[in-house]
Ligand binder design. Structure first.
Ligand code: ADP
Length: 225
């Protein structure tokens, strides 16, 4: 099956007293394996909401979110958490690495939570750090790494359990332009090599232009940008 993520007639609104703030209205969207899609929209448009819906952190008010053919909208919290752990990786604008652990340990952690033993987790973590071109920094703690290195470790951690969907919220938003390109290229190589589907919210139009497609939020729909 090549469709990784599907939103079917998704409605998502926030109720604030009498006011209803509609973010998504009857919104449809689909992404395939190996596809990189840029999500470009102004602040407050609903990018984080869409990423949270796609990653099963939020539920739609109606409609459904389908991951690898499985309708997840009405599943219980435990099932959603299990699917998220196996199928979804998140990268944020700030790395959120655990400060008291090394880069290697940070990438081992989600694998050990999933039940892999220490040796297997360390082997895969080292491979991923090499792949993200940050292997020589494996034994350093986050505070000893540059911003670009921290983000490359965060990306390695996000894909440690070989998810099928990577969701990123401004992953290069905190980096200088050259570093942003370097981190993006490492991420791009990973997506191409692994067949991940990646949905990446970004304000960087140069990077958005390098992805397969660009979408935005307009009138509650997810439309080509
Ligand atoms: P973006 O990521 O594009 O900046 P968000 O998805 O964070 O946008 O937010 C979209 C809109 O929804 C904003 O107006 C925000 O204030 C509102 N919003 C987000 N989360 C909540 C919430 N939990 N309760 C009420 N309003 C929210």
């Amino acid at each position: 099956m090549s469709t990784v993520l599907e939103l079917r007639a998704v409605e998502r609104h926030y109720q604030q007293g009498e006011e209803r703030l509609a973010i998504l209205v009857d919104a449809d969207f689909a992404m395939s394996r190996g596809e990189m899609v840029a999500l470009v929209a102004p602040s407050g448009a609903g990018k984080s909401t869409l990423l949270h819906l796609a990653g099963l952190l939020e539920r739609p008010n109606s409609g459904d979110v389908v991951l690898n053919g499985r309708a997840c909208g009405r599943l219980g919290d435990d099932e959603r958490t299990a699917i998220r752990r196996n199928e979804v990786g998140f990268v944020y604008q700030f790395h959120h690495l655990l400060p008291e652990f090394t880069a290697l340990e940070n990438v081992m952690m989600p694998q050990m939570v999933r039940g892999l033993d220490r040796k297997e987790a360390a082997t895969r973590a080292a491979q991923l750090l090499d792949y993200m071109r940050v292997g020589p920094r494996a034994q350093h703690r986050p505070s000893e790494l540059s911003g670009g290195e921290q983000q490359r470790v965060a990306i390695a951690r996000a894909v440690a359990n070989a998810p099928s969907l990577l969701l990123a919220d401004e992953p290069t938003g905190n980096l200088d332009p050259d570093t942003a390109v370097y981190v993006f290229e490492a991420l791009e190589a990973l997506v191409r090599q692994s067949g991940l589907a990646a949905l990446i919210a970004t304000h960087n139009h140069d990077l958005a232009a390098r992805m397969d497609r660009r979408v935005t939020l307009s009138g509650g729909k997810i439309v080509p940008f």
